[in-house]
Design a binder for this molecule. Structure first.
Ligand code: FES
Length: 121
């Protein structure tokens, strides 16, 4: 039986606030996959789990942790509620996420409830 090529498997990640989506490998961090597409929906910081700007909340789906998540930015309580760091997790299924870091507001100015980011209005 041939080995599963994790780098070839890409799962869809959708950002709830904007409706943007991109493909992410099952061995790749969600943040790295987003950055590779040139998108900016999730703020990018240290890429190493230390600054917390890429904090997200899983709305739907499951992730695999790729490295430690700083407790200074994601408490055990928050983790149990679905919060994590996009630079530290890879998808195990298709994902719907919410950007939850402290810099999320400037990124979504104008994307209020009911707004359609695809319409360009
Ligand atoms: S980019 Fe710094 S913690 Fe993810």
């Amino acid at each position: 039986m041939p080995a599963l090529d994790a780098s070839a498997t890409r799962l869809q990640v959708t950002i709830r606030q904007t409706g943007e989506s991109f493909g992410c490998g099952t061995a790749q961090s969600v943040l790295a996959a987003m950055a590779a597409t040139g998108r900016r929906g999730i703020p990018v910081g240290c890429l190493g789990g230390g600054c917390g700007v890429c904090k997200i909340r899983l709305v739907q789906g499951r992730v695999l942790r790729l490295g430690p998540v700083s407790r200074a930015h994601v408490s055990t309580q928050e983790e149990s509620e679905g919060y994590t760091l996009a630079c530290r997790v890879a998808p195990c299924s298709e994902l719907e996420i919410e950007v939850a870091g402290r810099f999320c507001k400037p990124f979504f100015k104008g994307f209020g409830a009911g707004a359609n980011p695809q319409s360009g209005k």
